[in-house]
Design a protein around this ligand. Sequence first.
Ligand code: URA
Length: 232
Amino acid sequence: MRLDKYLADMGFGTRNEAKKLLRSKAVSVNGLLAKNGDMKIDENNDVICVDGEQVAYQKYVYLMLNKPQGYVSATQSSVPTVMDLIQEKFRDMFPCGRLDKDTEGLLLITNDGPLAHQLLSPKKHVDKEYYIELEKPATEGDIQAFEKGIVIDGGEKCAPAVLKIVDGNSCTLVIQEGKFHQVKRMFEARGNKVTYLKRTRMKNLVLDESLEPGEYRYLTDDELVGLKESGN
Ligand code: URA
């Protein structure tokens, strides 16, 4: 890997910023001053230091984004994507799963393909929790229908889901699948309509409410350990 890419990937700004850092003589490779960004390094064995501090190689990066409305969960599109909200140095990452353009809330952005696969595989039954506002209040009948597994348009049967009424027209729902527009279609099948949808949890990972829509942060070590644990 090129040294400037390594520095950019490890959080030292864009490749151009990494080059500036190299010119300022702040970087060493195996104890020797390194000034050229195109120098090839072995990220698994070489010791890279910036200002005398070792910069350990991290293959994967994990970000929690509070997705705002108006962005699609894709890496490329003619309309704004969630990746437009993320600094350029993280652009080789991707959103783990999809939220509709008008859905807000928790979205994991990572470059860890194997973990994303684990979290998204229908066989793994990973919990996804949503906060929902509806046109009409949810009912006991909805709770029971979702618990049994509701059939949505097109004849698809959903796995059992747990609905809790919060108050008035708001509720929470935990599903373990990710069918297209699933939450909206589940309520449509009950003659209701979702007017606001926000994902608040995926497995153990709870949306950090201090993140404003559009803001993101690195996952903590504990959050990451929880995401990698078996179970849902
Ligand atoms: N269900 C939906 O209907 N939309 C989402 O964005 C996520 C779940």
